[in-house]
Design a protein around this ligand. Sequence first.
Ligand SMILES: [Zn+2]
Length: 200
Amino acid sequence: MRQAGLAADAGGTEAGMAAQQGSSGRRRGAFDAFDLALRRGTLAGTVDVAKMERAVDRLAPGGGASDVSWRIAGTTDAMGRPALEIRLDGSVPLECQRCLQPFPWPVAQCTTLLLARDERELAVLDAEDDEHEVLLANAPQDAMTLIEDEVLLVLPFAPRCERVACAGAPLVAHDPAAPRASAFAALAGLKNVAAKKAKH
Ligand SMILES: [Zn+2]
């Protein structure tokens, strides 16, 4: 089950989106997913993931280029149900969780999202189809929100680089006492910051 934009709406992007709404009330870049599926239309472009409000937090800062080309194509699944095929192709810098160095992570993903007209259909499709994700498409979809959701889904939570030196090195968290200590230290640091902020 996928409801695009939930996280974005909770953040600061909604005001910006609202400001972009024209007299028709549609967002700039918004499209009708069912219409796209019916006419087998295609939307495509290139996006810098470092400029995506939610995904940027997952990148290694200053790690290099983070351009990803994307394509949203209207299609149907094998049973003829309307769907969107989302393709991502590019590379983003991630921080290796073993050696803490940035490295380029290849992004190459193709996902098919079945389209649901309402909550009821969303529940039905979700229950009967294990193979595909289902997108609630009862309102215009924002291409950039869909792409950012997809980017967030493909990025690994504990990326590891493939440098020979890194593979041979001991894990950063090898000492069972170390990660615990550092996690607590980090927490303590956060608390200090919070306390300082509270005083101002
Ligand atoms: Zn590494």
